[in-house]
Ligand binder design. Structure first.
Ligand code: ADP
Ligand code: MG
Length: 463
C-alpha cells in the first residue's frame, strides 16, 4: 500500500466515525506528506485544522493508521501545507487578481477603506444581547463557536468567508452578532455591518428603483466586516444574487471579513448560482446542531441567571426535557415559566411548572420522545426485530442494544428503573439499573459507543 492508498483507507474509516459535516470540514484537504519508518506527517490546509485534528482526532487518526499500515505507527504530526497541484481552499493571489480584473468591469473602483469620517456604527444593527460571554458552548456548536472566535480574533484572515449553518433557533444569529460585538470591542473604529438577507434584498431593490444603486454599493462595500444573516432567503432573486456576488468579491479581495448564516449548507440552497456556491465554500463551513441535555440545562441556567430568577435544577430539568431541539423555544418556555410565577406571585414547583409547560403549544420542533419510539429507533439502528430486542436471549448482539435502550430511556426520557424494566418486556428494575451503570461507564471510554449514541439520539429527535 502506498501512502496515498493508506491515507485513503484511513479516511474511509474516519468517515464512518464522524458526522458528514465534521468529516468534510476537517479531512477534505488532508493528505500524508511524509511517511518514514512509522513516522507520519499529515499535510493540512491551515493552522485551525491542524489544532483541531491534534486536539480532537489525533487518537482516531493514529489508531486507524496503526491498524491499516500493519507495521506500527510511532508518531503522527500535522503540518500546514498544500499538496502540489491540488486546489487550495483559499485562492492564490494570482487567482484573486484574475477574478478581480474580470469582475471589476462595470463596477467603478471603490476605496478599500472607509474614510474615518464615514464610519457608520449602525447601533441598531448589532444587539448587545448577543455576546460570546453569554453563549453556551456544547458539542453541537463548538466548531461554529471556535470558528466565530477565530474570525473575530483575525477578521479577514484565514476563515473568510465563515459560513455557519443549522436549524432554526440554534444560535446562528447569536454567534453572528457576537462576532460583531467582539470585533467592535477590540477595534472601535472598524465598520461592521449586520444585515439580514431580507434587508439586503429590500434595500437593493429600493436603491435600484430610486436610482440610488451607487449608494447601496457604497454602503455594503465600504465595510470591514459584513455579517449577513439567513442567506437562504436570497433564493432565486437573480439580481440580488448578482449584487451579492459582487459585494462579496469586493470585500473578499480587500481582505474584509464576510460571515454568513443559513439554515442549510451552501450546496443545499436551491436556486443559488454555482459561482456563488463556490465562493461561499472558499473559507470555513461550520454547522450548529441540536443541543444535548447538558447544554440545554446550561443554557437555561445562564438565561435564568441573566433574569435574576432562581430555579431549582428539578424545574430546569423539566423544561429542558420538554423542549429539545430549539434554543429559542427553550428560552421562550423559560420566560413563560418565569412570567407565570411572577404574575401569580408563587414559587415554582414541579407541578406548577408542569402546568405551564403543558399549556405551551407543541410545535413541529418539539418532540416528546416515547419509549416506543426509542425502542423502534434502536432496533432499526442495530438491525434487530423488536421481539429480539425485547426478548429473552442474552446473546451479546441482543443484550447490548437492549442495554442501550435502557440507558437512553433513563437519560433522555428520565424514566424510572421499574418503568424501564416494564417497557423492556417486563424485566426487573435491577436489570435496568445494571444496564444503565454499565453503559454509562462504557461511554466514557468507548468512542464507537459514543458515536452510536449520538446517531441514535439524532434519529430520535429528528423531526
Ligand atoms: P438562529 O439564528 O439559529 O435561528 P438565534 O441565534 O436567534 O438562532 O438563537 C435563538 C435564541 O437562543 C437566542 O435568544 C439566543 O440567544 C439563544 N441561544 C442560541 N444558542 C445559544 C447558546 N449556545 N447559548 C446561549 N443562548 C443561545
Ligand atoms: Mg437567526
Amino acid at each position: 500500500m502506498d501512502t496515498h492508498e493508506l491515507w485513503q483507507s484511513a479516511l474511509g474509516e474516519l468517515e464512518l466515525k464522524l458526522s458528514k459535516a465534521n468529516f468534510t470540514t476537517w479531512f477534505k484537504q488532508t493528505f500524508i506528506s511524509l511517511y518514514n519508518d512509522g513516522a507520519v506527517t499529515i499535510g493540512v490546509p491551515n493552522a485551525f485544522t491542524k489544532a483541531w485534528l491534534e486536539k480532537k482526532y489525533h487518537r482516531d487518526i493514529t489508531q486507524c493508521l496503526h491498524i491499516l499500515s500493519g507495521q506500527g505507527i510511532k508518531q503522527v504530526v500535522y503540518r500546514v501545507e498544500t499538496r502540489q497541484g491540488t486546489p487550495q481552499i483559499v485562492p492564490s493571489l494570482e487567482e484573486i487578481a484574475a477574478a478581480r480584473k474580470k469582475e471589476a468591469i462595470g463596477y467603478g473602483e471603490m476605496p478599500a477603506f472607509a474614510p474615518a469620517y464615514q464610519i457608520r456604527q449602525e447601533p441598531s444593527s448589532l444587539s448587545s444581547k448577543y455576546t460570546f460571554a453569554n453563549f453556551v458552548v456544547g458539542k453541537q456548536n463548538e466548531l461554529a463557536h471556535a470558528a466565530a472566535q477565530a474570525v473575530s480574533a483575525q477578521p479577514g484572515g484565514v476563515y473568510n468567508p465563515l459560513f455557519i449553518y443549522g436549524g432554526v433557533g440554534l444560535g446562528k444569529t447569536h454567534l453572528l452578532q457576537a462576532i460583531g460585538a467582539d470585533i467592535r470591542a477590540k477595534n472601535p473604529v472598524a465598520t461592521i455591518l449586520y444585515a439580514t438577507c431580507e434587508r439586503f434584498t429590500n434595500e437593493f431593490i429600493d436603491s435600484v428603483r430610486n436610482g440610488k444603486a451607487q449608494d447601496f454599493k457604497n454602503r455594503y462595500r465600504n465595510v470591514d466586516v459584513l455579517l449577513l444573516d439567513d442567506i437562504h432567503f436570497i433564493t432565486a432573486k437573480e439580481r440580488t444574487q448578482e449584487e451579492f456576488f459582487h459585494t462579496f468579491n469586493h470585500l473578499y479581495q480587500n481582505n474584509k471579513q464576510v460571515v454568513i448564516t443559513s439554515d442549510r449548507p451552501p450546496k443545499a440552497i436551491t436556486g443559488l448560482e454555482q459561482r456563488l456556491i463556490s465562493r461561499l465554500t472558499w473559507g470555513m463551513l461550520a454547522d450548529v446542531g441540536n443541543p444535548d441535555y447538558e447544554t440545554r440545562m446550561a443554557i437555561l441556567e445562564t438565561k435564568a441567571r441573566e433574569r435574576n430568577y432562581l430555579l431549582d435544577r428539578e424545574v430546569l430539568h423539566l423544561i429542558s426535557s420538554a423542549i429539545t431541539s430549539n434554543i429559542r423555544e427553550l428560552e421562550g418556555a423559560l420566560n413563560k415559566v418565569i412570567a407565570f410565577h411572577q404574575f401569580k406571585n408563587i414559587d415554582p414547583s414541579v407541578d406548577s411548572v408542569h402546568g405551564v409547560l403543558s399549556s405551551l403549544q407543541p410545535t413541529q420542533n418539539i418532540r416528546t420522545v416515547t419509549p416506543k419510539h426509542l425502542i423502534e429507533t434502536v432496533s432499526v439502528y442495530y438491525d434487530l426485530t423488536i421481539d429480539d430486542l425485547l426478548g429473552k436471549s442474552r446473546e451479546k448482539r441482543f443484550a447490548y442494544p437492549r442495554q442501550i435502550v435502557m440507558f437512553l430511556m433513563r437519560e433522555e426520557i428520565k424514566s424510572s428503573y421499574p418503568a424501564i424494566g416494564a417497557a423492556l418486556g417486563g424485566r426487573d428494575h435491577t436489570t435496568a439499573m445494571h444496564a444503565y451503570d454499565k453503559i454509562s461507564t462504557l461511554v466514557d471510554s468507548d468512542e464507537k459507543l459514543q458515536q452510536d449514541l449520538e446517531i441514535i439520539k439524532q434519529r430520535i429527535y429528528a423531526v
